[in-house]
Design a protein around this ligand. Structure first.
Ligand SMILES: NC(=O)c1ccc[n+]([C@@H]2O[C@H](COP(=O)([O-])OP(=O)(O)OC[C@H]3O[C@@H](n4cnc5c(N)ncnc54)[C@H](OP(=O)(O)O)[C@@H]3O)[C@@H](O)[C@H]2O)c1
Length: 348
């Protein structure tokens, strides 16, 4: 590789991957704001978290218009400004679907809401553009052509450089690609999907043909299964934890998962690591993962989670196999979606 064809760059020890087939380089671990930034964490602790992230090579920050009803974007934008971080050094993503208000056009993926929602995100973030804008879910009440055209308009206006999907079915992603190709428009470059040791079907089975066909990359979320994979729920629900504060997690830390977390802890300890770092590194290990979005409620949690980078090189095939034996949930990837894949010459 020569410098004139492959520019070198400094990474502060963080591996970088391309986001799908795009030229955008994203850090293997990024940071998100759901429930935490602007929610359970406000003020100076947010600054501590973002400062530590940036100093450790995490330059990608993820948000959404609905996170803490817009407060997450505001808090993230404020801190990025106060830390005087250079915008070109950052990759910022946000998501449109659940607008923070309740009017008939304040949510979903109509052209109106995609455009107005994006403008409001930028105001809250105090930025003139985001790098990637995601459709937070697929709005089945809006024609796909309207959705694809509206995200392309946002890109043409310079309010985002790329667009992606989040928790869309493989079929919906394919439809967006077909329309974009037919109309010579930009297709989504990435999927923001849930992926963890306990949640594997969609990223490892349903999307398998899309990785081959479109080079889809994922920005994986809830890699700790909301915290369960840290082991913090092994002996009940700690009062200051997410599960103690939010009803939506009721019953999730069940006996089967806790038993597996205890087994995974033994594997992690044998590698001189923690179950948290192991679980994060396990998602990062998948070649189709472009970035694993971390969620933390303190700088101390972030420090521990960054240990995933230390255990990653120790995750040999034998270790991965040991983990599979504990999990017992490996999906069989789909080959195609009903039709065989043809190569470029039309051969089976
Ligand atoms: N596109 C989507 O639909 C979608 C959905 C969900 C998330 N996301 C994105 O993905 C990001 C991460 O998701 P997530 O927050 O669910 O991820 P997660 O990593 O599964 O859970 C994060 C939570 O686990 C606990 N935790 C993390 N590290 C810990 C440690 N070292 N020790 C003890 N506890 C620890 C903390 O909860 P406590 O409060 O208990 O401390 C933290 O808030 C979000 O911020 C968001 O950007 C996207």
């Amino acid at each position: 590789m020569t410098e004139d064809t492959h520019p070198q760059y400094s990474t502060k020890g963080m591996p970088f991957r391309r986001l799908g087939t795009s030229g955008l380089r994203v850090p293997l671990f990024s940071l998100g704001g759901w429930l935490t930034i602007g929610g359970t964490v406000v003020g100076d602790p947010v600054k501590d978290i973002i400062k530590m992230a940036f100093e450790n090579g995490i330059n990608m920050f993820d948000n959404a218009e609905d996170y803490s009803k817009g407060k997450s974007e505001k808090e993230m934008g404020r801190v990025i400004k106060e830390l005087n971080l250079r915008r070109t050094d950052l990759v910022v993503s946000t998501k449109i679907f659940w607008g923070p208000r309740d009017g008939p056009n304040d949510k979903g993926l109509s052209r109106k809401h995609i455009i107005e929602g994006t403008q409001e995100c930028l105001e809250r973030l105090q930025m003139t553009y985001v790098d990637v804008i995601f459709a937070h879910r697929c709005d089945i009440t809006v024609p796909m052509e309207e959705i694809v055209r509206a995200f392309n308009y946002v890109i043409e206006k310079g309010w985002a450089f790329y667009w992606g999907t989040s928790e869309w079915s493989a079929h919906q992603i394919e439809e967006a690609h077909h329309i974009a190709t037919k109309l010579n428009l930009i297709a989504p470059i990435a999927e923001q999907c849930q992926h963890s040791m306990f949640h594997r079907e969609r990223p490892e089975k349903e999307y398998a043909p899309l990785y081959k066909k479109y080079g889809l990359g994922t920005t994986a979320f809830s890699a700790l299964n909301f915290g369960i994979l840290t082991g913090k729920y092994n002996d009940g629900i700690p009062p200051d934890s997410r599960f103690a504060k939010e009803d939506m997690f009721e019953g999730m830390a069940n006996e089967d998962k806790i038993r597996k977390v205890r087994e995974l802890t033994k594997i992690a300890e044998a590698l001189g690591s923690t179950p948290t770092a192991l679980a994060l590194a396990w998602v990062a290990k998948h070649p189709t993962t472009s970035t694993v979005i971390l969620g933390v409620s303190s700088a101390a949690q972030l420090r521990e989670n960054l240990r995933a980078l230390e255990v990653l090189p120790k995750m040999t095939e034998a270790v991965m196999q040991q983990i599979e034996e504990v999990l017992g949930n490996q999906p069989v990837p789909e080959d195609n979606h009903g039709r065989p894949m043809l190569d470029k010459l039309g051969r089976l």
